[in-house]
Structure formats: C-alpha cells, structure tokens
Design a protein around this ligand. Sequence first.
Ligand SMILES: Nc1ncnc2c1ncn2[C@@H]1O[C@H](COP(=O)(O)OP(=O)(O)OP(=O)(O)O)[C@@H](O)[C@H]1O
Length: 483
Amino acid sequence: MLGADLWQRGCERLAAELPEQQFNTWIRPLPPATVADGGAGDGLVISLRVPNRFKLDWIRNQYAGRIEAILSELAGKPAKLDLALAAREPLTRVAAAPASQPIAVGQVLHNGLRPVAAAPAATPAAISAPPAEPALAQLPPSASRHRINPALTFDTLVPGRANQMARTAALHVAGAPGAMYNPLFIYGGVGLGKTHLIHAVGNALLKDKPDARVLYLHAEQFISDVVKNYQRKTFDELKAKYHSLDLLLIDDVQFFAGKDRTQEEFFNAFEALLAKRAHIIMTSDTYPKGLVDIDERLTSRFDAGLTVAIEPPELEMRVAILIKKAEAEQTPMPEDVAFFIAKNVRANVRELEGALRKVLAYSRFSHKEINIQLAREALKDLLSIQNRQVSVENIQKTVADFYKIKIADMYSKKRPASIARPRQIAMYLAKEMTQKSLPEIGELFGGRDHTTVLHAVRKIGGERQKNTELNQQLHVLEQTLKG
Ligand SMILES: Nc1ncnc2c1ncn2[C@@H]1O[C@H](COP(=O)(O)OP(=O)(O)OP(=O)(O)O)[C@@H](O)[C@H]1O
C-alpha cells in the first residue's frame, strides 16, 4: 500500500473510532504523513509533521500509540511514528525580531526525526528587560496599574476535563511567556472561567517577576481608552501604554466588533507586542473565525498562536468546584449536598457559585446544618423553575424542532441515524431534566423498552463529555427548555 493510502486508511479507522469532535480537532487538520520503509525487519517509519508544540504533545500523549497500532495492522508490519514540528513560513511580524529568534510557533526539524523547541523560551531578562521606548516609564509596574485580581490564581481554579487544555496552555505561558502559544486565544461560553484563567497567568508571572509589565483589561476598557485618546489626540500615550507591556491579558475581544478605529489600534499594539516577544492572551465567546465584524487581518492573527476552548464543566468538576469554594468560605460542604447542587445547576460556574452562596446564606441565617433538605429549600425557586417547565412532551417537541424532524418520529420505529440520534438525545434530556423513570420514558417514546432508554442516556451522556458540538447543542436545548 502506498504511503498516502496507508495514512488515508488509518485516518478512516481513527474517524470511526474517535468521537467526531476529537477527530476533527486533532487528526483531520494534519497534513498527510509520509511513509518510509526502513528495509527488511525494520518496519515502516511514519513521519507526521504537526503545526505547534501543544498539538505535538497532545497527539503524542493521546493518540500516538493508537495510530501506530492501526497503521501496523493495516500495513502488516510494525509502523513507528516519527512526530515532529512542521516547518512554517515565518509571519511578517517576525521581521521585527532578531533573525535567530523566530517568534512564531512552528519551524524546526534539524534531522527530520527529532523536533527542537519552536521558539526559545523567554529568558528572565526578556521579561524584566528595560523598556525599549522612553515612553515605557509612563507605566510603572505597580499592582494598582496591572488590574490583576490576586484572588484569581491557578490554586483557586479547579482543574477538570472542561478546562484541561486551556489550563495547560496557560500554565505554560505563565512559565515561559513570550515563547510558545503566542497569542493564546481562549474561548468559551459565559461564566466558564476564562477571566479567572487569564488573571491566574498574570498572578503567576507577577509572583515570579514582580517587575513584569502586566496588564489585564476588558476589551471595553481598551475601546474607551482608544476613544479617549482619539478625542484628545494623544495617540502616543496610548501607544506608550500598550506597546510597552510584557504580558497583555485582554478579555472578551468579541466586543471589538464593528469598532474600526479600536481594531486598528489593537492591531498596532498586537504587532508591536509580538515583535518584542511580549505575550498576548485573549478571551472571547467564540473562536477567532467565528468572530463577526472584526477585520480578518486581526482574526487570522488571533489564530496564529494557539486557540483553545473552555467547555462547561462536567458533573464531577462541578462537585469539586462547590467543595473547594465552600472550603474557601470555611464551611465544609458534604459531598452528597455538593452532588445535589451540581446535578441541578449545570449551566456554568457563575451560576454554581450563585447557588452555593444561597445555600451557605440559608444555613447561616437559619442556623441549620447543610444537608440536602436545606439545599432543596434554599434553591427551591431555581428547582421549581426547572421542574415546572420541563415535560417529556416539551422535550420531544423542542428536540424535533431543533433537528428538523417530525414529532411523530419520536415515537416511530424508524431507525435512520438522522431520526434515531435526535430521539436518543430527547431520551437523554428526558432522563436528565425530568423526574421520570426509564420505563416511563420508554413508554412515552412509543412503548420502548427501558434498556433502550438506558442505552441512549449512557451513549449521549458519554459523547457529551468528548464532543464539543454535541455538548453545545445540548446546552442550547437545555437553555431553551428551561425557558
Ligand atoms: N474551574 C474553576 N474553578 C474555580 N472557580 C471557577 C472555575 N471556573 C470558573 N470559576 C469561577 O466562576 C466565576 C465565573 O468565571 P469567569 O468570570 O472567569 O468566567 P468567564 O468565562 O470569563 O465568563 P464571561 O464570559 O461571562 O466573562 C468566577 O468567579 C470564577 O472564579
């Protein structure tokens, strides 16, 4: 089998095995591998070039073994994977950096087999280096100026599958700013910890290097700075403020939509910062290409480092967050109560915090100890809203509308995936959002057996953990159903 065929067939196998989201994120974008026959007894060497180190590490840890096994099986002889960073065109902005220090992630294969670091890590001097422009003196590195919230650290951020990639990348940046993953672009829905994470990077860096010039700001603050300086015609001040930083943390860049002048100034700051190897971390409610009314010149640069998502936390993570936050309030939270709250409050961490606050306050005011009964009372408004609005019929109708199938298909015996899958999703939601038992749900879905419902619940629940697209669809459905 030719190399390209072998890789192609390997990909087909992986596509069938892996959740769609994982395959689309990690495997599909890879350029085809090249295959070399090491000669009798040596087997095949499969050379795979990966665009950045983050992906390289991830693929090596998560998929390399499986890829080798599949390719060995298909080729009928041992296949060894040679993973390395792909060479990449330097970006135009690199021109401003010394030629020996490429700023872009990528580049570098020195012997075709072993990768070397994409860009040298920033030295301590790079972080606390004296300002390159005289105007830098206008930004004293004092705590009040950097706007970092000292409470939002890596220690107080509960890790979990939902934030695993973003947290790993953020830790990496905090340890070696200006090197890899620059810019780092973190996106996700509301209240999922994006702001917390970028403050954590700022705090970690300031702990290491108290003199580092770090600035956190919300995109709206940048916009108002631009407007202010525009009115006063003091663009040099604006430049001096932003172009001098070592680390810029900017929240919710989707707010730049339609603001041309702001986008232009941000573009200038962006270029200046990357050219001097300062790090930029941005957050947004969507991935760079999903941003609307933002110049493509900017969005393509947003995507040039590393883009990672933060997902809604899964049940275990929600429980861990509740326990940790209660501990921080010096109020131990029994695990069963944390579980009860986490099961009922799923949207995001901010809502979880709100629910926890209610339960703690209720316990303090009523001088009662925290147990499920107390949590139920404290959260009764929230729970009644949930219970009142969601019926199996409502779920069937909403899901049928969402996936554009007939409501009758919810009860029918039809099996094509375009119908069976929405039906399974509706069964899953019925189990998650109503008090109905498996047999009752089966009955409401055209007299199906409870094992069919159980299968659907497990399947969709499992996939939801790995498949972002499905997770988002379920999230939309849940929000719609809750009203
Ligand atoms: N993994 C976590 N561990 C502990 N606390 C968390 C975690 N994720 C989020 N939080 C907390 O949840 C609250 C909301 O998080 P944050 O403000 O960072 O969300 P966000 O994603 O920036 O949302 P928005 O887009 O609405 O600004 C904060 O109080 C934050 O500390």
